[in-house]
Design a protein around this ligand. Structure first.
Ligand SMILES: O=C(CO)COP(=O)(O)O
Length: 98
């Protein structure tokens, strides 16, 4: 932690391996559960400030069809998009948290 000067620039990604490029997406509840635990780990092991400022993003078959519900979860701060980033629907994913 002492080697990082601005945790606001650190992004942590959760990507369940079974969801990458498979068309199978974590449910919003599954993603939230893991992201919440990652943030709690940062709170216990680093600091409140870091836990609150690190962005925890989800990756794994994110589409225009599932991004709104995923983005509505408290601890889902954004996405790591693969296949859908090559399609016009990418703009909808970008705007999912707007
Ligand atoms: O691994 C990913 C991005 O690096 C996710 O890819 P997909 O969105 O195609 O599942």
């Amino acid at each position: 932690p002492e080697n990082v000067s601005d945790w606001g620039k650190v992004v942590l990604a959760y990507e369940p391996v079974w969801a990458i490029g498979t068309g199978k997406t974590a449910s919003p509840e599954q993603a939230q559960e893991v992201h919440e635990k990652l943030r709690a780990w940062l709170r216990s092991n680093v600091s409140d400030d870091v836990a609150d400022s690190v962005r925890i993003i989800y990756g794994g078959s994110v589409t225009a069809g599932n991004c709104i519900e995923l983005a509505s979860q408290n601890d889902v701060d954004g996405f790591l998009v693969g296949g859908a980033s090559l399609k016009p629907e990418f703009i909808e994913i970008i705007n999912a948290r707007a």
